[in-house]
Design a protein around this ligand. Structure first.
Ligand SMILES: [Zn+2]
Length: 574
C-alpha cells in the first residue's frame, strides 16, 4: 500500500469518526474503524518498507487514539487506547526516541485514569514501569510498587514483585527539608561553591519553563517525584545542583498562575542545593543546560487531560475535525497540517538587545537595532492585514532595547500560546563580500557555515554546539519540522523576491538547518530569518534605510500570509 493510499484510508477513517455524533448511532462504526486500524497496524508490522516509516507508525497510532477519543463508551475504547500506547512504546524502541516512550507513558496513564477497571490497566502500569526503568530506576521502583498495590489480583504481580526485589536499592527516600526562597538564601557563600543567582519561569496551564542561572558550570541531576508519595503532595520535579549554594541576592519573580505552583529549596548535604518545582499536573519533562552563562533549563509539560477537559463543547478543535472530510489530503504532511493548529497568534522575536548588540557592521550599525526595526514594521503590517488570513494577535519578545536570554524568548511564545515563532536576525561573516538572505529551522547539521551562524547566534563555543546535539534530539520529534520547513520556504522565497526586485545583493541562500537555542522547545512552527549580512558594507548601508527594512518586513509578511492561508484553507474551508 502506498503512503498516499494509506493517508486516504486514514482520512476516510477520520471522516467517519468526525462526521458522526459521538455516542449516538455509534453502533458498528467504532468496531469497523477499529478493525480498519488494526488491519493497517498488522500490514505495517509485516511490510518491510512501511515498518521503517515513522510517519506511518505515527499516523496509525493517532488513529487508534482518535477511536478512543471519539467513542469513549465503545467496548473498543480501552483497547484502542492501549494499542496506541503500545505502538508508541514500539516506536520508542524502533526509532530510538525518548519522546515516543514518554508518549507511551502518557497514554498508559490515561488508560489507567479513564478505565481503572479495564483488564488492561495492570498491563499499562507494567508498561510504564518497564519504560521508566530504562532511565530512572527509583521512579521505576514506585511504578512497579503500584502494580502490587493497585492490582493485587493481577497476573503481573509476581513479575512486579521480583522487579521490586531487584531494584530494592533504588527505593527513593523522601527529602524532608524544603525551604522558601527567603530561607534558602545563603549569608556567607564559601568561594569554592558556585552560586545560584537567578531563577526565571514562564508558565501556561499546560507548560512551564524554569531557568536556573548558576555563576559557573556545575554538575546537576534532575529527578521526578510523582504526586501523592506523601499524602496529598503534588507532583514535583527537582534538580540537585552539586557544589552550589543559593546567592543571598537571588532574584526570582513571584509565581502567579499556570502549571507551576511553587519553587522551594532543600539542602541534603552542605554543598548540594535541591531546587524543587511543585507542579499542578504532569505529563513529561526535559532538563538540559546551556552555557555562557551557565544555566539549567527545565521544561515541564502538564497533562493533556486537564487541557482537553477545560475546552468548551463546539470549540475550534471540533470544527477543525469537522472540516477535515472536505480535504483531498495529498500526503501525511498535509494531513498533519490539517489536524494542526490554525495561525492566530504570532510571536516575533527581534534578535539580541541590551548588552548584547549582536553583529556589528563596518560603520557601527548594530544588529539589535536593525532586528527591532524590522520586527516593529512587521508587527504593524500583520496588525493591519493579518485579520484577512486569520491572525488576530502579534506579540514582540521585546519592544525596546533590552536583553532577553534566548530560552526566555521561546518561553514567551509558549506563554502566549503562539502558533508561529519568527526570530529576526542579521547575518555576519568574516568575508565582507558575503551577502544574501537565509532562513533557518531547528535541526542538527554538519554544514560548517550553518554551524558557525548558530554558534554566533547562540553566543556559544563550538563545544556548546556539540552538546546541543543531545538536547535537540530530545526536542526534534515535537518541533514541527515539516511545518517549520514550509513556513521557512514561504518566508525565504517572499523576502528574497521582494528584495530582489530592487536590490542586486538580495541573493537567495536558501532554507537551512542549524541548532539554534532560540528555536528549542517551541513546539510550534518556528523559523529564524537572517535578513541580510550586516558585515557587508553594501548591505549594512541598506539596513540603515527604512525602505529596505520595510521591504524585508513586507517579504516576511507575505511568507506568513501564504503559510497561514494554506493552513486556514486546509482546516476550515468547506
Ligand atoms: Zn543575530
Amino acid at each position: 500500500m502506498s503512503i498516499k493510499t494509506l493517508t486516504l484510508m486514514l482520512l476516510a477513517a477520520i471522516f467517519l469518526i468526525s462526521s458522526t455524533q459521538p455516542l449516538m448511532a455509534a453502533q458498528g462504526k467504532d468496531e469497523k474503524l477499529f478493525q480498519e486500524a488494526l488491519n493497517l497496524y498488522k500490514t505495517l508490522q509485516t511490510n518491510p518498507t512501511q515498518i521503517t516509516n515513522y510517519e506511518i507508525w505515527d499516523t496509525i497510532a493517532q488513529a487508534f487514539y482518535s477511536i478512543y477519543r471519539t467513542y469513549p463508551a465503545s467496548p473498543k475504547a480501552p483497547t484502542s487506547l492501549f494499542i496506541s500506547g503500545k505502538m508508541y512504546e514500539e516506536m520508542g524502541m524502533r526509532f530510538n526516541s525518548r519522546e515516543n516512550l514518554e508518549k507511551s507513558i502518557d497514554l498508559s496513564r490515561e488508560l489507567i485514569n479513564v478505565f481503572p477497571n479495564s483488564n488492561l490497566a495492570d498491563d499499562a502500569q507494567i508498561r510504564i514501569a518497564r519504560i521508566i526503568e530504562g532511565w530512572d530506576k527509583s521512579q521505576a521502583y514506585l511504578e512497579y510498587e503500584k502494580v502490587v498495590k493497585n492490582y493485587p489480583t493481577s497476573d503481573m504481580v509476581d513479575a512486579a514483585k521480583s522487579k521490586l526485589n531487584e531494584l530494592a536499592s533504588y527505593k527513593p527516600a523522601e527529602s524532608q527539608i524544603t525551604e522558601s526562597i527567603t530561607e534558602a538564601k545563603t549569608k556567607n557563600n564559601p568561594d569554592r561553591l558556585a552560586s545560584i543567582n537567578q531563577i526565571g519561569h514562564w508558565s501556561t496551564d499546560t507548560y512551564t519553563r524554569v531557568v536556573i542561572n548558576v555563576d559557573r558550570e556545575t554538575p546537576f541531576e534532575p529527578h521526578f517525584l510523582k504526586a501523592g508519595m506523601v499524602e496529598g503532595a503534588p507532583p514535583r520535579l527537582y534538580v540537585d545542583i552539586k557544589g552550589a549554594t543559593v546567592d543571598r541576592n537571588l532574584e526570582m519573580p513571584p509565581i502567579q498562575n499556570g502549571l507551576l505552583e511553587d519553587i522551594r529549596f532543600a539542602r541534603n548535604t552542605l554543598d548540594t542545593v535541591r531546587v524543587v518545582l511543585y507542579i499542578k499536573s504532569f505529563s513529561n519533562y526535559k532538563v538540559f543546560s546551556l552555557h555562557n552563562p551557565f544555566r539549567i533549563v527545565m521544561d515541564i509539560y502538564g497533562s493533556e487531560k486537564n487541557n482537553v477537559a477545560s475546552k468548551p463543547k463546539g470549540s475550534e478543535e471540533d470544527k477543525t475535525l469537522a472540516g477535515l472530510p472536505k480535504l483531498d489530503g495529498k500526503d501525511i504532511s498535509t494531513l498533519r497540517g490539517a489536524l494542526g493548529l490554525k495561525v492566530r497568534t504570532v510571536v516575533i522575536d527581534p534578535g539580541h538587545g541590551g548588552h548584547d548588540p549582536g553583529a556589528i557592521g563596518p560603520t557601527g550599525l548594530k544588529e539589535k537595532d536593525v532586528t527591532l526595526a524590522i520586527a516593529k514594521a512587521l508587527k504593524n503590517k500583520i496588525e493591519q492585514v493579518g485579520g484577512d488570513f486569520g491572525i488576530s494577535r502579534v506579540i514582540l519578545t521585546r519592544e525596546d532595547d533590552r536583553f532577553i536570554p534566548l530560552e526566555e524568548r521561546t518561553g514567551i511564545a509558549k506563554r502566549e500560546h503562539a502558533d508561529l515563532f519568527i526570530s529576526i536576525h542579521c547575518n555576519a561573516a568574516k568575508d565582507s563580500d558575503a551577502h544574501g538572505i537565509e532562513t533557518y529551522i531547528l535541526s542538527f547539521t554538519n554544514d560548517p557555515e550553518a554551524l558557525a551562524v548558530a554558534a554566533r547566534e547562540n553566543v556559544s563555543t563550538t563545544k556548546g554546539i556539540s552538546d546541543l546535539r543531545d538536547i535537540i534530539k530530545k526536542y526534534l520529534l515535537n518541533s514541527k519540522i515539516d511545518e517549520s520547513k514550509r513556513l521557512a520556504a514561504y518566508v525565504q522565497t517572499s523576502v528574497t523576491t521582494n528584495l530582489a526586485r530592487k536590490y542586486q545583493t538580495a541573493v537567495d541562500k536558501g532554507v537551512k538547518k542549524a541548532p539554534f537555542i532560540v528555536l528549542i522547545g517551541a513546539d510550534i512552527p518556528s523559523i529564524l530569518v537572517e535578513t541580510s549580512f550586516i558585515t557587508n558594507p553594501r548591505e549594512e548601508e541598506k539596513l540603515r534605510d527604512p525602505k529596505y527594512i520595510n521591504e524585508i518586513a513586507d517579504g516576511i509578511l507575505r511568507g506568513v500570509k501564504s503559510y497561514s492561508t494554506e493552513v486556514e484553507t486546509a482546516s476550515v474551508e468547506k
